[in-house]
Every structure is written in structure tokens, then in C-alpha cells.
Design a protein. Structure first.
Length: 731
């Protein structure tokens, strides 16, 4: 689960046997300048032999904090209950007897621990105080223990899926237009269901409802884009699933198999928790139905969720003894449900350029570091593909965005794996009868109709990809569109005044109406006028180029359409936002806002306030008060953040003007980088202020490269200063 998490969560510096947790620090500490060490340990390991390691650390007088995850599940295997496990109270009493100096118990439900229920050495705090608790224990000399009492989220999700645990009544949704893509919610929650997504207005964040375990910790992100939707049993909680798209229900011819039919091996890689093991079970069952002998092995365990998972399957007409693993270079079919795991050298070792057919999903599943680091991008897909093709039969390989196909056709990515299986079958790389695969899907008895439709969609994607594409674009299926919005008379005149073509015109067509909605036509015209000036300068000084004007069109809009209280209210109550919620949850869903406005911060409120459906009319009223923006009656204009946002527009325009005056072919890339720089300005309140400082530092470096001198002092103009061009336009 910590794969590619980056240094923000600390570095894993070694491994030990069960019962040796922290032993390495006992030996290292006398020779290290580091004064303290954290050691993770699960309750299953603690019950098995980990308590001996704690006893050893106490005897050695080590400065170490054991972070004991009490989640009531053996994560290394099937998430089963712990044999011989103790209650939190018993563990606290035992640790106190062993000589531990301090214990803090963190939990979602502190009220479950009544006064006197734990040994007096322990204190109980809410899980939100986890970081503060860690800091306190790190400053305590000796052995300390932090017990995080929280049921395994993966097990909760599995139990809810099986109907053995009640689903929590609220579903979290992010309004992507309000979201700034700053990554703060990912930092606070460390949850891989908080996924970065690319949109027209830059990188944003979305909740992957398929993998969400309803932990709710993402709400701690300092951002007003979060909504919670309450649904009853009578209201659908997911998008309606279109089972069989009409264009894919037609007969599909049987393939010619290009791998041996009497004996073949399948190697599968993917992400834990996405159904890789289930696919292996379905294919094994299908082969058995077809009268074949089957051997296989899965890399299982709850702790594999969100980490790399592999499965092995051998299918033969006549059974024989042999290894369950697919050996090096012996895979006939390589099913890569995830590009990153599939491209790892240890996995490509199972493939052979002369033998292995690769069927890979090109869908980009975010890594752990991408969730928490807004600047981290997905590895180069072309390089990953090249690496995989080099190790397999490149002429027979199939690459398919299975996640997009499943999401677009069925409203859920759950069917993505079966889309890939269908593609493998139709490519002639999976010689198990299609009828038997579909029968195995029925026997699995989970989302049967959708998985069969997904399997057939995968087949059609190989046989006639144009038909799959047509089905994805039919009116009955929600598909993204890049069509230009209809422009009002004012907006059209403003756009035409720039005289732009191609991508620059498209950027203006999308953003000009938004700025009119943000403030007024005069404000939008000022934006377009500046873009026109940059375009003319770029064309004159570097003929044939337009990248700088395009960057300014995108990034000046970002700064000018800053998300103050009026704009957040407008985006939250827009017809598009309302339509999306109705489509996903029905008209009877109750929507709540989670806000932490500046005036509440000034009163000492440290957490967001949940405001129910009754607050929606007030939000609509606030949105209509945009005319007050920048006037003496604007109560929000006086805050430090708002003053800084407005001043940043002036700074950016001044920088771009001076940079364009010095523009030539030698410094073009530096000027372009400067034009794109506002992309680093993300987030709200303190998060945004920190990113603005980063903007100023990088801008100073780029300006120096270009030869532009600029004052980056922190002097903020008064919101009523007539010398501030933005304030004159807004007024």
C-alpha cells in the first residue's frame, strides 16, 4: 500500500522477521545521530510474536515508538480474525506491565472508552489527532506505543459488498470545478480512492466510488469542494448501469488462436483490490468446465490492496504434476490489468518475445505519490509500452483503455478486468471457450449481466474497435465531449476580438463565458484584451508559434477566476453540478456542504462545518451577490488570502508583459515556463498561500533568466486602492 508513496511518509529502511520489529533500531541507535524511531506493527503480528520485540526494546532502553494498528484482521492473508488476539484494554495493561513509558490510543469513536476502562498509562484521543499524538510520543524518552483502534477499511468495504455490514448513509462527492487539485485531501486521508483527474481546467481530484471504503478522512482536506450525499434505500446510490449496449450485442466471430490450445500458461498482474484474483478464479473455473486440468496460484492478502498483485494459471488438456507458478519466460498470455505493475522487470521476466502475447490496459491508475503530490505525474505511458512490447510478441500485443470502456459503457470501472479478458479471447490468446467463460461468470454470481457484457465488449474492441467507439458515443451513454459551448452575443464578440484560431480560440471560447459568469462582460473583455496583446507580440517576435499565448489564456483565467466565496457558491449551485448529483443519486438525495469559511477561522473554529440542504438557497443568494466583489461592501475582500489573490493577477500580468518585451527564440522556453507558472498556485487558505510563495520564488528565477527585474515583495495592495487595475475592472 506504500508503493511509490514518496518521502513524505518516511522511508522504509529495512525488514525484519515476525517478532523482530524494532530490533534493528536497538542495534543501530548507539551509532546514529537520529534520536527516535517509529516502528509499524499490526495486531496480528503483535499477538503472534511482536510483543517479544517490544519487551526487547524496553530492556535495551531504546527510544522508539511502536505504531500498533489494531484493525482486527490478519492482513497478510485473508483478513480473518486474529487467533489469540486481545482487546485494546488487555494490550494496554500488558504493555504497562512490560515497562512502556507512555501509550496513546487513537480511534474514530473515543466515546467507546469510558473513564477507567484503560490503564492510567494510556490516554484516548480522536483519530484526527494522530499526527499530534505521534509528535508527543516521539518527544518522550524510552519505549512508547500508539495504538490506532480502527477496523480494517478494506475489510469494511468487503463486508459491505457482501451485505454483512451496513453501508454508511453518506457518500462523498467532489465538485471538480471547485476543487483546486492541491492534493491536501490526499495528504490528510492517504487514500488511493482520492484520485487525480485531468480536466479542461487542469488537474483536479475525484472520489473513485468503486474503491471508496467510506473512511471520510478526505473531508479533512482544507477545501470547500466536498459534498456529502445522503440516500435512502429507495434512492439509487450509483449511476444506472447500461447492461448491453446495442452496438455490441451483435454476433462476434470466433477467433483463430495464436497460442497452444493443449497446454498454456497465463500470468496476470494488477492492483490489489481490483479483482485480479477473481479473474484468475473465473478463468480457472471456465477451464475446468471445458474439461481442462488447472493449476494456479494467487498472491493474496488484505495488505495487497492498492499494491501490486500477481496471479498464475496453467491450463492443460491432460493433468500432470508441475509448478503452480508461471516460470521465467514461459507465459503464453500476459494479462496486464495495470501498466505500471505489468512493466516491472520482475514481472516481465515471465514473458518471452517469441512466446508471450500481451493484453494490457492503458488506463492510468494513480500511484500513492500522485495522490499526495500534486506535481507528480503518471510515468511516460509510451516508455512503459515500449518496455512491455520488447519483452513480448509485439506484433500480437493488444493495448486497450479498459477502464474507460467500462466506465463509459456501464457507468462503473468494475467491469474493466472482464473487458481485458474479452480482448484476450478475441485476440486468440485465451483458448478457453467463450461460452464456458460466460458460464463461469454466472457461477461467480457477482454483477453477472454487467461482467458478461464487459467480456463481450472486450471482444468487440478487438474485432471491430470502431463499433465499440460508436457505442461509447451513443446518446444513451454519458461520454465526455469537447464540443464548443454556445456563446452569447457578448461572449462571441469578445472571443472574435482576439482574432485567434485553433487551440487558442478553443481556450477562449471555453473561458470567456466563465469569466462573464464570474463577474461581467467587462471583466472578460479585459482578459481577452491581454491575451490578444500577448498573441500579437508572440507572432511578431517568434513567427509561427502560439504556445505562450495559449499558456497565458489558460493561466490568466485561472488567476482571474479565483475561487472566493461568491465563486464557490456559484459553482456549487450551478445547473451542471445539480444535474450531475441528480443523475448519480436521484432527485431525493440530501446534499450537505462542508465549509470552513474565513470568518469562522477567525473565531477559533478549527474544523469544517457541515451545512445541510437548507443552506442551498443561501448559497444561491451568495452567488448572486458577485456584484459586491471588489467594492467597499465586499465583506470578504479584506482577508489576507483575497488581497493576495488579487495582487497576484497584477504581478503575473506585469511579469508576462516584461517577459514578452524581451521575447526571442533564445529565451522562448523560459518565457513559456513563466506563462505556465500559475499552475502551481493551487488550494485554499494556508495551502494556497504556501503555493503562492512557491510561485514567487520560481517566477524570480525565471525572470532572472529572461532578464526581467521585478519586485516580489509581500506588499499587498488595499482592496480599495484605485491603482489596482483588477479592482477598477471589478467595480
Amino acid at each position: 500500500m506504500t508503493l511509490w508513496m514518496g518521502p513524505v511518509f518516511g522511508d522504509v529502511i529495512g525488514y525484519t522477521q515476525m517478532g523482530g520489529e524494532g530490533a534493528q533500531w536497538v542495534g543501530l541507535s548507539p551509532f546514529s545521530s537520529t534520536k527516535h524511531y517509529f516502528q509499524n506493527i499490526g495486531d496480528g503480528t503483535f499477538a503472534h510474536s511482536g510483543s517479544l520485540a517490544v519487551r526487547f526494546a524496553v530492556a535495551a532502553k531504546a527510544n522508539i515508538t511502536y505504531k500498533l494498528l489494531y484493525n482486527s484482521a490478519v492482513a497478510m492473508t485473508g483478513g480473518q480474525s486474529i487467533m489469540g488476539g486481545r482487546s485494546v484494554a488487555d494490550i494496554v495493561a500488558m504493555l504497562a506491565a512490560e515497562g512502556v513509558r507512555k501509550i496513546i490510543v487513537t480511534t474514530d469513536e473515543p466515546e467507546r472508552y469510558s473513564a477507567g476502562s484503560l490503564n492510567r498509562i494510556a490516554t484516548v484521543r480522536h483519530r484526527d489527532d494522530l499526527v499530534a499524538a505521534e509528535k508527543e510520543l516521539a518527544e518522550t524518552t524510552g519505549v512508547t506505543v500508539l495504538i490506532n483502534d480502527q477496523q480494517c477499511a478494506a475489510e469494511k468495504r468487503r463486508l459491505r459488498k457482501r451485505g454483512r455490514m451496513e453501508r454508511r448513509p453518506r457518500t462523498i462527492v467532489i465538485n471538480e470545478r471547485v476543487c483546486e487539485g492541491c492534493g491536501d485531501c490526499g495528504v490528510k486521508s492517504n487514500c488511493l480512492s482520492v484520485e487525480p483527474v485531468e480536466t479542461e481546467f487542469g488537474r483536479k481530484t475525484a472520489i473513485n466510488q468503486t474503491s471508496c471504503n467510506q473512511d471520510y478522512s478526505c473531508l479533512l482536506g482544507d477545501c470547500p469542494s466536498f459534498l456529502t450525499v445522503e440516500t435512502s434505500a429507495k434512492i439509487a446510490t450509483t449511476k444506472p448501469v447500461q447492461i448491453v449496449p446495442p452496438s455490441i450485442s451483435a454476433p462476434i466471430p470466433e477467433p483463430v488462436f495464436i497460442v497452444p490450445e493443449d497446454r498454456f500458461s497465463i500470468f496476470m498482474t494488477g492492483i490489489g483490490g481490483t479483482g485480479v484474483v477473481t479473474v484468475n478464479q473465473i478463468l480457472g473455473t471456465a477451464a475446468a468446465i471445458a474439461g481442462r486440468a488447472v493449476r494456479g496460484m494467487d498472491q493474496t492478502g488484505s495488505s495487497q490492496k492498492a499494491g501490486p498483485v500477481v496471479s498464475h494459471l496453467h491450463v492443460e488438456k491432460e493433468g500432470r504434476d508441475g509448478a503452480t507458478r508461471v516460470m521465467s519466460g514461459s507465459a503464453d498470455l500476459f494479462l496486464a490489468f495495470d501498466m505500471l505493475t505489468g512493466a516491472e522487470a520482475v514481472h516481465l521476466r515471465m514473458a518471452s518475445p517469441d512466446r508471450t502475447v500481451l493484453i494490457a490496459s492503458t488506463s492510468e491508475a494513480p500511484t500513492g505519490e500522485m495522490v499526495t503530490n500534486k506535481n507528480k505525474i503518471y510515468p511516460n505511458a509510451a516508455l512503459l509500452r515500449q518496455r512491455m512490447e520488447k519483452a513480448t510478441r509485439a506484433d500480437a500485443d493488444v493495448f486497450l483503455d479498459a477502464r474507460n470502456v467500462a466506465n463509459t459503457l456501464f457507468g462503473s470501472e468494475v467491469g474493466a478486468n472482464m473487458v481485458l479478458v474479452g480482448a484476450a479471447y478475441q485476440a486468440g490468446a485465451l483458448p478457453i471457450p467463450a461460452a464456458d467463460i460466460e458460464r463461469a461468470i454466472r457461477l461467480n454470481n457477482v454483477s453477472v449481466d454487467m461482467n458478461i457484457a464487459a467480456f463481450r465488449s472486450g471482444r468487440m474492441s478487438v474485432h471491430a474497435p470502431e463499433k465499440t467507439k460508436a457505442a461509447m458515443m451513443t446518446p444513451s451513454v454519458e461520454a465526455p465531449t469537447l464540443e464548443e459551448p454556445a456563446l452569447s452575443y457578448k461572449a462571441k464578440n469578445i472571443v472574435e476580438s482576439v482574432g485567434a484560431e485553433g487551440e487558442l480560440r478553443r481556450l477562449l471560447v471555453v473561458r470567456t463565458p466563465e469569466l462573464i459568469a464570474f463577474q461581467d462582460a467587462r471583466y472578460a473583455a479585459d482578459y481577452a484584451g491581454f491575451v490578444r496583446k500577448v498573441r500579437e507580440t508572440e507572432t511578431k517576435r517568434t513567427p509561427g508559434r502560439a504556445a505562450i499565448a495559449e499558456a497565458v489564456a489558460a493561466n490568466l483565467y485561472k488567476l482571474m477566476a479565483y475561487k472566493d466565496e461568491y465563486e464557490v457558491a456559484r459553482l456549487m449551485t450551478s445547473p451542471q453540478a445539480k444535474a450531475r448529483l441528480y443523475k448519480e443519486f436521484g432527485t431525493g438525495a440530501r446534499v450537505s456542504f462542508h465549509l470552513h469559511p474565513t470568518f469562522l477561522r477567525s473565531l477559533g473554529f478549527t474544523k469544517k462545518v457541515r451545512l445541510g440542504p437548507w443552506f442551498a438557497p443561501l448559497m444561491r443568494m451568495l452567488a448572486k451577490m458577485k456584484a459586491l466583489r471588489g467594492t467597499p461592501f465586499d465583506l470578504f475582500a479584506r482577508t489576507h488570502v483575497r488581497r493576495t489573490e488579487r495582487n497576484l493577477i497584477v504581478q503575473y500580468r506585469s511579469l508576462v508583459e516584461h517577459a514578452c518585451d524581451k521575447l526571442d527564440e533564445t529565451n522562448y522556453e523560459s518565457v513559456l515556463a513563466l506563462a505556465k507558472l500559475p499552475d502551481v498556485v493551487r488550494g485554499y487558505e494556508d495551502v494556497k498561500l504556501g503555493n503562492i510563495e512557491l510561485f514567487r520564488e520560481q517566477a524570480a528565477e525565471l525572470a532572472a533568466q529572461i532578464g526581467v527585474t521585478h519586485d516580489f515583495g509581500a506588499i499587498l495592495r488595499s482592496p480599495h486602492d484605485p491603482d489596482t487595475p483588477h479592482m477598477k475592472r471589478a467595480a
